[in-house]
Design a protein around this ligand. Structure first.
Ligand SMILES: NC(=O)c1ccc[n+]([C@@H]2O[C@H](COP(=O)([O-])OP(=O)(O)OC[C@H]3O[C@@H](n4cnc5c(N)ncnc54)[C@H](OP(=O)(O)O)[C@@H]3O)[C@@H](O)[C@H]2O)c1
Length: 249
């Protein structure tokens, strides 16, 4: 039964990149809202910290160490979640890396490839593995964590911006493919959030933190929008991009 306090009661969610930052905040919030949450990332210690906090607060969490660039590991992540919690309702594709801050001319091809592999190919793997399980439930949500840089671009962010532009297009295509199954697919754009990805002074001078007048958030500030997207009715928004930025996307 759903209650106002626990609108995700009875739901099962996977959050990738749940070991820290935005993914950790979303995983813990979904658990507080009543969902059983599979927390996935590579660093086991980070995952255990996330799950310990969930369990200490009376929620249900499961740590599943996963590298989203490995298809077999992603398939295993979905399988273990379904075996443990009985199904899957919500997938948050959040795991990401920032890539190197270099011009295309100065960039390293391997770094470029790695950024695309985590942010875009990993997202595709997660969606592909989850879709059959979401269909089995008769409804579901996929939330991709995108970036304004994937909409407007910025010098010296080519790999990241291109990976997020691809993620936005994957969001749109998935939404069209999955609409007949009551599965909505939307992009959440956090805007600048202080995390390990952006949290050093050396990196904050570039990218989203360089935009004057922007709202520099903490991960908890992203939670209300993540909850909103997870709790919309099946007829609700799909193929949309929801941004917490103050201007543009
Ligand atoms: N912070 C911002 O200002 C901002 C703005 C716009 C969009 N975003 C997006 O928000 C998402 C979360 O970013 P964040 O700022 O919270 O970063 P973060 O604190 O660095 O967290 C990133 C998470 O992704 C995981 N991850 C990285 N590579 C992975 C892989 N190959 N397989 C599985 N998990 C992996 C990391 O864990 P492991 O290293 O242990 O795997 C970590 O848990 C990203 O997609 C990012 O692009 C962030």
């Amino acid at each position: 039964m759903q209650t106002t306090d626990q609108p995700l009661s009875g739901k099962v969610a996977i959050v990738t990149g749940a070991g820290k930052g935005i993914g950790q905040a979303i995983a813990q919030a979904y658990a507080r809202a009543g969902a059983a949450v599979c927390c996935a990332a590579r660093m086991v210690a980070d995952l255990h910290e996330t799950v310990q906090a969930i369990v200490a607060a009376g929620g249900q969490g499961l740590a599943v160490p996963t590298d989203v660039t490995q298809l077999a590991a992603v398939q295993q992540m979905v399988q273990v979640t379904v075996e443990t919690f009985g199904g899957l309702d919500i997938l948050v594709i959040n795991a990401g890396v920032s890539g190197e801050g270099r011009s295309v001319e100065d960039s390293h091809p391997e770094a470029w490839r790695t950024t695309l592999e985590v942010n875009l190919l990993g997202a595709y793997y997660c969606a592909q593995a989850a879709i059959p399980m979401l269909k089995q439930r008769g409804a579901g949500k996929i939330i991709t964590v995108g970036s304004g840089l994937g909409h407007r671009g910025l010098a010296e962010t080519s790999a990241y911006a291109c990976s997020k532009a691809g993620l936005w297009m994957l969001t749109r295509v998935l939404a069209q493919e999955l609409s007949p199954y009551n599965i909505s697919v939307n992009e959440l754009i956090p805007g600048p959030v202080v995390t390990s990805m952006t949290g050093t002074q050396a990196t904050q001078h570039r990218g989203v933190f360089a935009i004057a007048g922007e709202w520099a958030k903490i991960p908890a500030d992203v939670v209300p929008l993540a909850l909103f997207l997870a709790t919309q009715p099946p007829i609700g928004p799909t193929a949309q991009s929801f941004s917490l930025m103050r201007r543009d996307a």
